[in-house]
Design a protein around this ligand. Structure first.
Ligand code: NAD
Ligand code: DAO
Ligand code: ZN
Ligand code: ZN
Length: 370
């Protein structure tokens, strides 16, 4: 057992509380890691808000970490103490039906227990104030020490700074992957990206890497436009300044609609606009944002009959153990910028400020350093 400083979410809608938690050692097929840094993503705020149907408390949130393996449990063969890893909320076992399909990154090996905040054996490794505390997304990076299944860590280069590449554990990979893997945007395409937070800005980077000819960023907060332009947006628009619905504005701007659009907010009305701003006959819209429990999307079916395609993307369609190390290497070669995302850094004691900054629209990513 190790003692660890952690930010505990005791209940929905309450600030996190810094506690000393007890972390039990790794069991069969598990690893104990020390998180060096973690980003704070909108999905952490979504779960803390109570809108997540799987949100259960008390829990240790956080899923965008950079960590070092401390100890491995029996049967672990692919990582050892000292290895640098990125925790994976989408594991990769390599042997389940989903991993073997070649069609998805959604490994289901530990899905049932992970969704309940438990390790694969159905128990938790965390205790605080004498009571059990749940894991979150199989990662719980808001604790300095955390226990993860071996299949939920991607071993990466030791040269990579963990306080930067932690962002590849969710936001940056999600946005880039949605463009390159899910939509497979071709050179010369026109692209609209709704929501210019960590995910949307990463989608802009993906569209730039794909050599899109036009990249339109849309956000209700114009303070996001400068970084969006810096990273490749060719134009940025605030939907509130138009009388017409934003889909009509984009269709007019682009001679019939964009080739690809991405919803990076989690707003079902914007999801509809993102589909309907796509070009008749071939336009494709990718939903990346996570909507609240029970919400539904709608459009006229004729939008699909006339050739538009609606799809979704989780973790950018990226298989964590086999593909994420390559993303880290691309960062090291200067092909993926991470510095512009890090608008704030702070210690664990100030983690609630990271949530406030996100809600106030003042940050792209806050990174917590342990
Ligand atoms: P964020 O809060 O940093 O950014 C959201 C942006 O959307 C903000 O800039 C905000 O101003 C803008 N916005 C809000 N309402 C808008 C509207 N009506 N029109 C235009 N812009 C609007 O969030 P983030 O961390 O970038 O995450 C974005 C979404 O992606 C969240 O729903 C998150 O849960 C989800 N997410 C999905 C995956 C996945 O794998 N699919 C992974 C990570 C995050
Ligand atoms: O396999 O059913 C499943 C769940 C996979 C989790 C994918 C999560 C993507 C959306 C949540 C954003 C996480 C930060
Ligand atoms: Zn995330
Ligand atoms: Zn699998």
């Amino acid at each position: 057992m190790v003692k660890s400083r952690a930010a505990v979410a005791w209940a929905a809608k309450r600030p996190l509380e810094i506690e000393e938690v007890e972390v039990e050692g790794p069991k069969q097929g598990e690893v104990l890691v020390r998180n060096v840094a973690t980003g704070v993503c909108h999905t952490d705020a979504y779960t803390l808000s109570g809108a997540d149907p799987e949100g259960a408390f008390p829990a240790i949130l956080g899923h965008e970490g950079g960590a070092i393996v401390q100890e491995v449990g029996p049967g672990v063969t692919t990582v050892k103490p000292g290895d640098h890893v990125i925790p994976l909320y989408t594991p990769e076992c390599g042997t389940c039906k989903f991993c073997l399909s070649g069609k998805t990154n959604l490994c289901q090996r530990i899905r049932a227990t992970q969704g309940k905040g438990l390790m694969p054996d159905g128990t938790t490794r965390f205790r605080a104030k004498g009571q059990p505390v749940l894991h979150y997304m199989g990662t719980s990076t808001f604790s300095e020490y955390s226990v993860l299944p071996e299949i939920s860590v991607a071993k990466i280069s030791k040269e990579a700074p963990l306080e930067k590449v932690c962002l590849l554990g969710c936001g940056v990979t999600t946005g880039i992957g949605a463009v390159l893997n899910t939509a497979k945007v071709e050179p010369g395409s026109t692209v609209a990206i709704f929501g210019l937070g960590g995910i949307g800005i990463s989608a802009i980077i993906g569209a730039t890497m794909a050599k899109a000819s036009r990249i339109i960023g849309i956000d209700v907060n114009p303070s996001k436009f400068e970084i969006a332009r810096q990273l490749g947006a060719t134009e940025c628009i605030d939907p509130r300044v138009f009388d017409n619905p934003i889909q009509e504005v984009i269709v007019e701007l682009t001679d019939g609609g964009v080739d690809y659009s991405f919803e990076c907010i989690g707003n079902v009305n914007v999801m509809r606009a993102a589909l309907e701003c796509c070009h008749k006959g071939w336009g494709e819209s990718v939903i990346v944002g996570v909507a609240g429990a029970g919400e539904e999307i709608c459009t006229r079916p004729f939008q699909l009959v006339t050739g538009r395609v609606w799809r979704g993307s989780a973790f950018g369609g990226v298989k964590g153990r086999s593909e994420l190390p390559g993303y880290v290497d691309r960062y090291m070669k200067g092909e993926i910028p991470l510095d512009p995302f890090i608008t704030h850094t702070m210690g664990l004691d100030d983690i609630n400020e990271a949530f406030d900054l996100m809600h106030e629209g003042k940050s792209i990513r806050s990174v917590i350093h342990y």
